[in-house]
Design a protein around this ligand. Structure first.
Ligand code: HEM
Length: 183
């Protein structure tokens, strides 16, 4: 299902999607970092109270609105005519990664509540590890969205063309006839 008028808005929807993504990712990467430092501050101390304010402002002021905007503009892009080929694998991998980031967002909210109640039991090492989750998801998503549809399929087609040129053979490399654009 697509919505016709979204076609005219496509460059704007994509620009706003990317802006929202950057803000959301900044929070997903920074909040676990704050938790790492917060672990070293004794409960009830002035430092701990300062971290609580920083964490709450980051979550409420930036991350929550940015996550909602990322989803809204992302779904608008899905509904834009001609943008997504649902038979291509990249969009499914991307959506799985985004679902993972959304779960991470909700877990961070829960951990923030524990810090707020001075009842955190997790270690700095745990939050350091959690910091790596959005990094990995970010790399996979950007490769899936930017390089995979054009780059990987395009590279395969160029390889085929070179092989045909060199050998004069028709489509010997063309076992992947399911690849879009392959003859
Ligand atoms: C929240 C759910 C999301 C949905 C439904 C969604 C969907 C989409 C769609 C349909 C496009 C257009 C692709 C095209 O124009 O060919 C797009 C573009 C893009 N998305 Fe998302 N996205 C989501 C979240 C994210 C996240 C979390 C990231 C990064 C971590 C991201 C990064 C990008 C980038 C960089 C582009 C531009 C790619 C280009 O230049 O074509 N998206 N998104």
């Amino acid at each position: 299902m697509t919505i016709g008028f979204l076609g005219d808005l496509y460059p704007w929807t994509k620009a706003l999607h990317i802006i929202a993504v950057v803000a959301w990712m900044a929070g997903l990467l920074y909040l676990p970092r704050l938790f790492v430092y917060h672990c070293a501050a004794p409960g009830g101390s002035e430092t701990s109270e300062t971290f609580k304010i920083m964490e709450r402002r980051l979550l409420r002021g930036i991350m929550n609105p940015a996550m909602i905007a990322t989803w809204l503009f992302g779904i608008s892009l899905l509904l834009t005519p001609g943008v997504v080929d649902w038979s291509a694998g990249w969009i499914w991998v991307k959506l799985a990664m985004v679902a993972g980031l959304t779960v991470q967002h909700h877990l961070l909210t829960r951990w923030l509540e524990a810090f707020r109640a001075d009842s955190n039991t997790r270690s700095a090492g745990f939050y350091r590890a959690m910091n790596e989750v959005p990094t990995v998801a970010l790399v996979v998503i950007v490769v899936m969205v930017v390089a995979f549809p054009k780059g990987v399929v395009g590279m395969w087609e160029a390889l085929q063309a070179r092989y045909r040129q060199r050998t004069g053979k028709g489509a010997a490399l063309n076992r992947a006839s399911h690849v879009e654009g392959a003859e």
